[in-house]
Design a protein around this ligand. Structure first.
Ligand SMILES: Cc1ncc(COP(=O)(O)O)c(C=O)c1O
Length: 404
């Protein structure tokens, strides 16, 4: 007889992952050796690029193996049983983690897809302006750059680090449909004040849309308390869950009020009646969904999310702050200039180090087993809770030796 119990499957698939399944480390000091044992890349490399891609854990691998095993064993029946259950598990776990009440979270294939669905949920007849910043990720602005009837306002950054809320206040008015910006700026690691921006949007009657891809997993986030109307994030980076999914939170009254013009059968209330003549949307945020989600990622995302939940976001943030401040100090001691927030309280674990030839520096480090990334004019170093002070020292010492 086939055993559909997922836990049992995981235990068979990878016995060394067993020890972690039932333990809750929340509230206890972080045992870094134990954390690191979950992530094999840390035994092979100095991995300091979590803002591009979080490390893959043994836990995620065990989930993935169980996914494959169920596929071998059950074929399509896996879909109707355990895979469907996993989808529900992920939705509830992520909802709890983000502070999104039940029914206010949609799963989509990427941040770009989530933003597209939101951008196609409103009417631009009376309000056709969208305000974002030059420090946001381009995929945000592109949603409206392709709509000829929308006036896209891209606010400049005067210090290259952040954008003053006063600039938003001056640009967001009664013609504005969306104030759309990031929680954490991928360009500088700056953490924006969401409540201040929400107030600006609400005062003008505009929607407040947040691209939170660089936030959850490295800083505490409560989407309801943030006062965002829409908040997108995903498992790829700080949540260590891999590519292929995004999470979209929609504020409660908007769930019922809006009906996206991009859609699919997962958004339909009676998904399995196969009625082409009538489309009735789901009553909850699933009306923002499209089609079949990436099931392998649903599994790897569960693995990453479990680990983050077990250690607890407060402990992770506190460790990341310590790593970040050490990195900042070491880089400055070595003579590097940084593009980061002046106030450490506004900084996240994305550290931008000015460099004359960033691609060459990144290649130099990679040849020596140190993985970082580059963005124009900068080497970008992003430690996560599984990194150590020694790794940061190694990275900065090697960077200082690289041709500048
Ligand atoms: C802040 C931010 N938003 C959006 C994206 C792109 O997301 P996706 O490829 O899922 O559309 C990235 C990717 O690095 C990002 O850093």
């Amino acid at each position: 007889m086939v055993d559909l119990s997922f836990r049992a499957r995981c235990l068979t698939a990878r016995p060394d992952a067993v020890a972690y399944f039932d333990k809750t480390s929340r509230g206890r000091p972080m045992d870094v050796t134990k954390v690191r044992a979950e992530f094999p890349i840390l035994q092979r490399k100095v991995y300091l690029n979590s803002c591009s891609l979080g490390a893959l854990s043994l836990r995620a691998t065990a989930y993935l193996e169980s996914f494959q095993e169920l596929w071998h064993e059950l074929g399509a029946s896996a879909w109707y049983g355990p895979w469907w259950e996993r989808l529900g598990d992920l939705r509830s776990r992520v909802g709890r983690f983000l502070g999104a009440p039940v029914g206010q979270l949609a799963l989509l294939p990427s941040t770009s897809a989530a933003l597209s669905v939101v951008a196609e949920s409103v009417d631009y007849g009376r309000r056709n302006r969208v305000v974002c910043t030059e420090l946001d990720f381009p995929t945000l602005a592109y949603q409206w750059a392709v709509k000829p009837d929308v006036e896209l306002v891209v606010l400049p950054s005067h210090d290259g680090i952040s954008v003053d809320p006063e600039q938003f206040a001056a640009a967001v008015d009664d013609r504005t449909a969306f104030l759309a910006t990031s929680h954490v700026l991928y360009t500088t690691g700056f953490i924006q004040d969401l409540n201040a921006l929400a107030d600006i949007a609400y005062k003008a009657g505009a929607y407040f849309l947040v691209d939170g891809y660089q936030g959850p997993g490295q800083i505490p986030v409560d989407v309801t308390a943030s006062k965002a109307d829409f908040y997108t994030t995903g498992p790829l980076k700080w949540l260590c869950g891999g590519p292929g999914l995004s999470y979209l939170y929609v504020r409660d009254e908007l769930v019922q009020k809006l009906q996206p013009r991009i859609t699919g059968w997962f958004a339909a209330r009676d998904q399995f009646t196969f009625d082409l003549e009538h489309f009735e949307p789901q009553d909850d945020a699933r009306r923002f969904e499209l089609g079949t989600p990436a099931l392998p990622t649903v599994h790897t995302a569960l693995g990453g999310q479990e680990i983050i939940d077990e250690w607890g976001i407060e402990a992770i943030r506190s460790r990341n702050r310590a790593l970040t401040e050490h990195l900042v100090e070491r880089a400055r001691e070595s003579g590097f200039q940084l593009t980061i927030a002046p106030d450490p309280g506004d900084r996240s674990a994305i550290v931008m180090i000015k460099h004359g030839d960033p691609p060459a520096a990144v290649a130099y480090l990679a040849e020596r087993g140190i993985i970082v990334d580059h963005r124009p004019g900068h080497v970008r170093v992003s430690p996560h809770f599984y990194n150590t002070i020694d790794e940061i020292d190694q990275c900065i010492t090697t960077l200082a030796e690289s041709p500048r």
